[in-house]
Design a protein around this ligand. Structure first.
Ligand SMILES: Nc1ncnc2c1ncn2[C@@H]1O[C@H](COP(=O)(O)OP(=O)(O)OP(=O)(O)O)[C@@H](O)[C@H]1O
Length: 342
């Protein structure tokens, strides 16, 4: 049984949008998060990601559809029972949401005090968590004496205090620099591996999904437009909207503006060849162009690595007789994806 299961879930806010209509923030979403998953939810700003998190956390009720947590239907549950379910769900935020008037120790101890733990149990648990996130030295410091990465580590320790089964990370690394982001992501991987905590990661950053997610859902306009294995979704998106979104976050696909510049700077036909690991050797593709007597140069490209599997897009300017180029591209297209700029 999935840990979190959403079936035809929608959330409509009566507050009208700029056309005077209610806002459909989440639109008929069905997805399942299995125990042990690191499930990424990615999409443009306004796609409905944060709203989805608030529904899963039972902070707001869905307008329609069913949400279950560990097999229990959330809708219709009284507040007392929802509170008990929320204890099994930890949450971390972009702005960390620490109490500035409490020390690091006090921040981590807070949920345990609320849950009625004894002083001795709290002390032991906080010490254990400080050690896990590597902040033992900072126990007596206040949040404004910490770096962003340290603050998020406190946020993670606090979220884990009551041993939740699910951790919701809403843009948890978006305020951090790339190096600190990687450190926090490594810590989240350990949370998943060592404690078996299932994680839902909400982000607009490809790097985050790429380094920790095992599955991903792409959201656009409140809907999940594509979901599945991270490598599959990012290397070969099926839906035109997710293709458009993916092309903005993966490396190596020239935007329309970049294509216009390439066309201006290079003679010949501009063709993007997309490789997925194990698909076909790049050497074989280049050899085919050379054997057809074509002149070509690499003008744009990038390789993406998703958990040890690579895919990439190389854009070439190819020069030669049109018929020879057509024949070579038809032959290459039998093995790898070929896209010629219109
Ligand atoms: N409480 C609310 N009342 C009215 N409209 C809302 C409310 N919360 C969210 N919305 C609207 O719902 C849509 C989805 O918002 P949401 O914050 O879930 O998107 P998001 O993908 O998380 O974007 P971001 O990354 O910018 O936070 C937006 O159009 C937003 O304006």
């Amino acid at each position: 049984m999935a840990l979190v299961s959403l079936t035809n879930v929608s959330k409509t806010y009566p507050a009208p949008d700029k056309h005077g209509r209610p806002v459909v923030a989440v639109d008929d979403v069905t997805l399942e998060v299995e125990h042990g998953d690191v499930y990424g939810i990615i999409g443009y700003s306004g796609a409905g990601k944060s709203t989805l998190v608030r529904l899963v956390n039972a902070l707001e009720p869905a307008s329609s559809g069913s949400i279950t947590f560990d097999g229990r239907e959330l809708s219709g549950l009284p507040e007392r029972e929802l509170r008990a379910i929320r204890l099994g769900i930890g949450m971390i935020f972009q702005q960390f949401n620490l109490f500035n008037s409490k020390t690091v120790w006090g921040n981590i101890a807070y949920p345990l005090k609320v849950a009625g733990w004894s002083k001795a149990d709290i002390a032991a648990r906080v010490a254990e968590l400080l050690d896990f996130v590597g902040l033992g030295e900072k126990a007596r410091n206040y949040p404004d004496q910490l770096s962003g990465g340290q603050k998020q580590r406190v946020g993670i320790a606090r979220a884990l205090a009551t041993s939740p089964r699910l951790l919701l990370a809403d843009e948890a690394t978006s305020a951090l620099d790339p190096e600190t982001t990687q450190e926090v992501l490594e810590l989240l991987k350990r949370v998943n591996r060592e404690f078996g905590v299932t994680i839902i990661v909400i982000t607009h950053e490809m790097d985050v999904i790429q380094s920790i997610a095992t599955k991903v859902a792409v959201m656009d306009g409140g809907r999940v437009i594509e979901d599945g294995d991270v490598f599959e979704v990012f290397s070969t998106p099926q839906n035109p909207s997710s293709q458009r979104f993916v092309s903005t976050v993966v490396k190596g696909i020239p935007s329309p503006a970049e294509l216009a510049v390439l066309r201006e700077r290079h003679e010949g036909r501009i063709v993007t060849i997309s490789f997925r690991d194990g698909d076909a050797s790049q050497a074989a593709v280049f050899l085919e162009l050379a054997n057809a007597g074509l002149d070509f140069e690499l003008v744009y490209g990038g390789i993406n690595d998703i958990q040890g599997r690579a895919f990439g897009h190389l854009t070439l300017a190819i020069r030669g007789a049109d018929a020879s180029i057509d024949a070579a591209l038809t032959s290459i297209a039998a093995r790898v994806e070929v896209t010629e700029a219109a």
